[in-house]
Design a protein around this ligand. Structure first.
Ligand code: SF4
Ligand code: SF4
Length: 67
């Protein structure tokens, strides 16, 4: 069981994290951030394993993982 916290303001919506998540839990949100991007968000939170692949892949260090 894991949990991630996404920093909406740092996210540039490259979707690298979404592409590597083995559970496919990361999606674009509907609201734009101050940089003009639609940042990603975690859905179906209970499915997150805390594997940290998303955080390791993020070029903008926008994801924090808790286990
Ligand atoms: S920690 Fe792993 S399972 Fe959880 S959102 Fe990130 S890549 Fe997906
Ligand atoms: S990899 Fe980082 S910057 Fe790219 S969409 Fe995911 S959280 Fe946003």
């Amino acid at each position: 069981m894991g949990k991630i916290i996404i920093n909406r303001e740092r996210c540039k919506a490259c979707a690298f994290c979404a592409s590597v998540c083995p559970k496919k839990l990361i999606f674009f949100s509907q609201e734009v951030n101050s940089q003009g991007f639609y940042p990603v968000e975690l859905r179906m939170e209970e499915e997150c394993t805390g594997c940290a692949l998303c955080a390791e892949t993020c070029p903008d260090v926008a994801i924090e993982v808790w286990r």
